[in-house]
Design a protein around this ligand. Structure first.
Ligand SMILES: [Zn+2]
Length: 499
């Protein structure tokens, strides 16, 4: 077997995202969808698939699906249907799952959209192949001690939306950025909590490598990634694995692989899930999903309980993409800062609230994207996990603005604020950190510095501006950053001119 000559291989990634919709009740019955309820306490004959139970479609789920489709620039199809996807598994009491996808016969809820992301080499559109609705299955629990498994049917029938992208992503980082942007969008329009750790957003990634210009290579599907970071790590691992196989002249097998977060590897699952024949057929107990375009059309078609597409479009709030544009235009933020802030609904809300209290957007973004994001990344936390609110940051920026503390002191206070939720004003008082603006106190330090550094003093007199910065720096050092820099500069000038 001879290895093919080394050519830069192109990575092709497509994503399938399952989103739990923010409804009060399940897709086809009135059972609640509360996360973390005791096992099998949120079940009824419909979601358990008992004989004679009839499903009734949750109109709210359809509306949230339409909301997403419109926000993702998709075409919402006037009529779509539910199908039965037949297979046997203990977490599926009916032996079939009710889902919408079988495009050859009926269209899904919506298709043909796009979302823009900040990709390598500029902003790019990622195609949205389809958006469809389906119900979730139950959950198997494998106790560590027992030789048996348990089934929890609380999740059975929970409304899910599946969003499938075109294979338009080309690096693991792009895939992570796309997911962050999608999550922010879903949160902004009130469709999902976006909590990956609670399973509200579940991602499967299809990934393959090809020589540029050639047909798509054999792909693997990677499952079981439960954070944005693990999506990126899993894909990086998978790219390296496939590249190595191809470089050795071997082939990539089409298979489903699972991501092991602790070991940092993907591994092939035991069963060949792709070999399944699901025997899809139309769900006979549910009528077609009819989504009217306008209110007039709803009347003409006799549709009630489903909001028309145009009305949904009008009800959408400012989307992250529009928000980004506003930050660039009205606030003068850099594209990079704007991208980072709008990539999380929590971060954007926090930013806007700080700006409301401290109306200098660029200063706010500087602290949020700089110090605070660095802290979040280092701790693996989200802004929402921190014990501080927008008023903490606004207060800190006020203290700098009024000259009470220096920027350097503010940076020193930040870790304490971020870990304990202490108020910056309190910290300044309790530690005696206020900026030194007392002329006489500073004059003594300035005179000391001038005595200790005759050479730079001579340089300043010879017109070398950089020597002045050195002298200011020495005063700051002696006062541990607490001196008011403008006052220091003025005092130095006075002394140098006198002598
Ligand atoms: Zn139920």
């Amino acid at each position: 077997m001879s290895a093919r000559p080394a050519v830069e291989l192109e990575t092709v990634i497509g994503l399938e995202i399952h989103v739990q919709l923010l409804t009060q009740s399940k897709m086809f019955c009135a059972c609640p969808t509360t996360f973390g309820a005791p096992p099998n306490t949120q079940v009824c004959p419909v979601c358990l698939g008992l004989p004679g139970a009839l499903p009734v479609l949750n109109g709210r789920a359809v509306e949230l699906g339409v909301r997403t489709a419109v926000a993702l620039n998709c075409t919402v199809h006037p009529e779509s249907r539910f199908h039965r996807k037949n297979y046997y598994y203990p977490d599926l009491p009916k032996n079939y799952q009710i889902t919408q996808y079988q495009y050859l016969v009926h269209p899904p809820l919506a298709s043909g959209g796009w979302m823009e992301i900040a990709a390598e080499g500029g902003r790019r559109r990622v195609g949205i192949r389809r958006v469809h609705l389906e119900e979730d299955t139950g959950r198997l629990v494998h106790p560590a001690h027992g030789r048996y498994s348990l089934v929890d049917y609380n999740r059975s029938g929970v409304p899910l939306m599946e969003i499938v992208t075109d294979p338009d992503l080309h690096t693991p980082t792009e895939a992570r950025r796309f997911l962050a942007a999608l999550r922010a969008l879903l949160q902004a329009i009130g469709v999902s909590s976006g909590r990956m750790e609670e399973g509200s957003l579940r991602v499967d990634a299809n990934i393959s490598l090809r020589r540029p210009g050639e047909a798509l290579g054999t792909r693997t599907e990677v499952k079981n990634m439960n954070s944005l970071r693990s999506v990126e790590r899993a894909l990086l691992y998978e790219v390296a694995r496939q590249r190595e196989l191809l470089a050795a002249g071997r082939i990539v097998e089409q298979e489903t692989r699972h991501w092991d977060e602790d070991r940092g590897v993907t591994f092939a699952s035991r069963t060949k899930e792709e070999a399944q024949d699901y025997r899809y057929f139309p769900e006979p107990d549910l009528v077609p999903v009819v989504v009217p375009r306008t209110a007039a059309e709803a009347v003409a078609l006799g549709v009630t309980g489903i909001t028309p597409v145009e009305e949904v479009r009008r009800s959408l709030p400012e989307l992250p993409e529009q928000r980004r544009g506003r930050y660039l235009r009205d606030y003068g933020l850099s594209a990079q800062d704007a991208d980072l802030i709008v990539s999380s609904a929590g971060m954007a809300a926090f930013f806007e609230e700080v700006v409301r209290r401290f109306p200098q957007p660029r200063t706010v973004s500087h602290w949020l994207v700089g110090e605070i994001t660095a802290y979040l990344n280092a701790q693996g936390k989200e802004l929402e996990d921190l014990p501080i609110g927008p008023d903490h940051l606004a207060e800190l920026l006020d203290l700098i603005e009024t000259g009470t503390i220096s920027g350097r002191t503010a940076k020193e206070l930040l870790p304490d604020m971020l870990t304990t939720g202490s108020r910056p004003g309190e910290l300044v008082r309790s530690r005696g950190l206020g900026q030194i603006s007392d002329r006489e106190a500073l004059r003594a330090v300035v005179e000391e510095v001038l005595r200790e550094h005759p050479a730079p003093v001579a340089d300043v007199r010879a017109g070398k501006a950089r020597a002045m910065a050195f002298l200011v720096g020495q005063v700051m050092k002696k006062t541990r950053g607490r001196a008011n820099p403008e006052m220091v500069t003025a005092l130095l000038r006075e002394h140098l001119e006198q002598q």
